[in-house]
Design a binder for this molecule. Structure first.
Ligand SMILES: [Zn+2]
Length: 152
């Protein structure tokens, strides 16, 4: 297993507009960053780079959506998952599973295991580290990826 970088950190929030405003006021995030709607995954998200890492600050459009339910279960907003870039996602998943990990369905795509996302092949684990869900991504190289659905 070789994690090459943190690809992104995804935060679950109740009010992404208010949250983005705080990032702008307190951490110097550009005023040009705007909240976008991702209809496939039913989220509203602000995506920006901060300290060399992509932040995805995400609010469910529906009261029972993925991030809204997570907040309800835990009772607070917070770091929902970390996406770790790996060189080979199939090898990473095989190794994690050999060490007892269980795959989790992607809530946007309803696919369990490695599948295509806009930036790379991704997969989620049921398992957590320090209370944080784990996503793996094998980022596409030039010419890879094919048909790329939109979604966060
Ligand atoms: Zn997916």
């Amino acid at each position: 297993m070789k994690v090459t970088q943190i690809k992104h950190m995804t935060f679950a929030v109740r009010d992404v507009d208010r949250s983005l405003d705080a990032y702008k006021r307190l951490l110097g995030v550009s005023d040009e960053v705007q909240v976008k709607e991702f209809h496939k995954s039913r989220n509203r998200a602000a995506v920006f780079e901060l300290g060399g890492i992509e932040f995805q600050v995400t609010q469910s459009m529906d009261a029972d959506g993925r991030f809204a339910s997570w907040i309800d279960q835990r009772g607070h907003e917070g770091l929902h998952h970390l996406c770790f870039a790996v060189e080979n996602i199939d090898a990473a998943l095989a190794e994690a599973q050999a060490h007892g990990a269980t795959l989790k369905e992607c809530s946007a795509c309803k696919v369990t295991g490695s599948h295509i996302h806009p930036e790379g092949w991704v997969a989620f684990l049921q398992d957590e580290v320090s209370g944080i869900e784990i996503e793996f991504m094998q980022v596409y190289k030039e010419g890879e990826g094919g048909d790329r659905p939109q979604g966060v």
